[in-house]
Design a protein around this ligand. Structure first.
Ligand code: HEC
Ligand code: HEC
Length: 189
């Protein structure tokens, strides 16, 4: 009986040990997988064009949500849907861990509209974090490409991109304010 218990204990420990590394996110594996992403999202998650979002320092939970949304088709973008189609759950977790671990970057942008946007930005920070650094399911906006931010705000407005909170929110924001907000967030880090 004693020996049986011992063996059971050891096997439970062994299984726990073997499974641990498999289910935990693996940044190194994520970095290797990210070789397929650098062409658009840039090295270290800083993209060089407003068509492609920066991914650096984006919260892992948000990245996982978006990659799954592309994969299932609930977020519609042909390029990213094709990219996400071949990613396994582990790939997604690892990529998210990798990008979340990178240092924040700043896209920069026009200073004048940014000043206007700064005054309006307070209403966004309750969800997106006090420095717009993102939090869990809420994406980082700080330093994001202004053209990308504006495109997403418009996509929420037309309903092309679905999100309860954002669709409700952008309904009351003018085109000029959206531009100013996008410019402001692009300039901070
Ligand atoms: C050929 C260009 C291209 C490649 C390669 C690419 N992406 Fe993208 N990615 C895009 C575009 C374009 C968007 C913006 C989609 C939109 O407008 O909704 C995007 C958006 C994203 C988003 C959403 C970001 C956000 O802030 O919501 C994530 C996450 C993402 N890509 C991850 C990846 C990963 C991980 C890879 C590599 C496995 C990858 N992408 C490869 C073009 C690319
Ligand atoms: C009630 C909470 C809430 C508020 C307030 C809010 N957001 Fe959001 N926002 C979200 C959520 C949740 C998402 C992620 C949606 C998803 O998962 O697709 C999001 C996503 C976004 C995105 C897409 C980012 C990306 O990387 O693709 C932009 C841009 C954005 N918000 C801008 C704003 C701006 C600008 C304001 C203020 C005017 C604001 N949000 C206020 C909850 C909020």
């Amino acid at each position: 009986m004693y020996i049986l218990k011992q063996t059971l204990c050891v096997s439970v420990l062994l299984v726990g040990f073997l499974m641990g590394p498999v289910s935990a996110a693996d940044k190194v594996a994520g970095e290797q997988k990210a070789a397929n992403c650098v062409g658009c999202h840039g090295s270290k998650g800083k993209s060089s064009s407003g068509q492609w979002p920066n991914l650096a320092a984006q919260p892992a939970a948000y990245l996982i949500n978006q990659l799954n949304a592309f994969k299932s088709g609930t977020r519609n973008n042909p390029v990213m849907q094709a990219m996400a189609a071949s990613l396994s759950d582990d790939d997604i977790k690892n990529l998210a861990a990798y990008y979340a671990s990178l240092s924040p970057v700043s896209a920069g942008g026009d200073v004048d509209p940014a000043k206007l946007g700064q005054n309006k930005a307070t209403m966004c920070l309750g969800c997106h974090g006090s420095s717009a650094e993102g939090n869990g399911q809420f994406p980082r906006l700080a330093g994001q490409q202004p053209d990308y931010l504006l495109a997403q705000l418009n996509a929420f407005k037309t309903g092309e991109r679905k999100s309860g909170p954002m669709q409700a929110f952008v309904g009351s924001i003018s085109e000029a304010d959206m531009k100013a907000l996008a410019a402001y967030f692009g300039t901070i880090k």
